[in-house]
Design a protein around this ligand. Structure first.
Ligand code: NAP
Length: 236
């Protein structure tokens, strides 16, 4: 696979939904894309489907499993010498109909494990490769308006708490990595027609992926530590 001068991106949870579309759009822009997925069969199939005209390769990666993340980082370090873009997209919504009044704390723990600690551990594991990106690197954490404190409702408490905490993870990394030329932002894709968003959602996956891809490939590198929707900074 050609790598000289080609930018390289890793997208987690990219076998379907928004992640798959982000992988597709980045590949269409000339990126070499590493498509992360926890289920090898689904990941290999998605990578093969997208790889028709572009450079897309599968990497087994379960963001909720520290051993899997460590193995993935080791494997990736054998394939590439730097990483320009990391999109922490993998996420679960396990409590859409729940109320905080009787929410099982186990659901909160499981949701945090994937939606918050997942991006934290994947970003940490990829830092050595991100630091070697020749023109600086970008990390995009796929968050949600559900995690915005300024207008939070009672919907999906575990999911919402996990995305609020993810936004804090974004701010922490943005500050810690600013001097290392690694921009870190949270993106809200809007309400998107995927298995998670449902058929009644207002946006296509292409629309949902737009801001994520913009942050990954086009936004000013000085933009860091922000929460972004429709290519504009929004309130936390
Ligand atoms: P989706 O269609 O359900 O896809 C979620 C993806 O994440 C799948 O590929 C899934 O893999 C993967 N995943 C889940 N847990 C994982 C783990 N532990 N390790 C690796 N991959 C894992 O959802 P989506 O709508 O595309 O959501 C993508 C992101 O956008 C999520 O972070 C979500 O919170 C966010 N978001 C979505 C919406 C919306 O309206 N859809 C709105 C706001 C934010 P499997 O196929 O193996 O389950």
């Amino acid at each position: 696979m050609e790598t000289d001068g080609q930018k390289i991106a890793l997208v987690t949870g990219a076998n379907k939904g928004i992640g798959r579309e982000v992988a597709r759009q980045l590949a269409a822009r000339g990126f070499r894309v590493v498509l992360g997925a926890r289920r090898p069969e689904a990941g290999k199939k998605a990578a093969a489907d997208l790889a028709g005209a572009s450079a897309v390769e599968f990497l087994e990666l379960d963001v909720a499993d520290a051993a899997s993340v460590a193995r993935a980082a080791q494997e990736l370090a054998k394939r590439i010498d730097h990483l320009d873009v990391l999109v922490n997209n993998a996420g679960i919504l396990a409590d859409g109909d729940a109320s905080i009044q009787d929410l099982d704390p186990g659901v909160v723990r499981r949701t945090l494990e994937t939606n918050t600690l997942g991006p934290l551990r994947v970003t940490q594991a990829m830092l050595p490769l991100l630091r070697r990106a020749p023109g600086g690197a970008r990390v995009v954490n796929v968050s949600s308006g559900a995690g915005a404190l300024h207008d939070m409702t009672g919907w999906a408490p575990a999911y919402s708490v996990s995305k609020t905490a993810l936004n804090a993870v974004t701010r922490q990394f943005a500050d810690a990595l600013r001097a290392q030329h690694i921009a870190v932002n949270s993106a809200c894709p809007g309400w998107v027609r995927t298995d998670m968003g449902g058929a009644g959602a207002t946006r296509s996956v292409a629309e949902g992926a737009d801001t994520i891809v913009w942050l990954a490939a086009e936004a000013p590198p000085s933009l860091t530590g922000k929460f972004v929707r429709d290519r504009k900074t929004i309130e936390w």
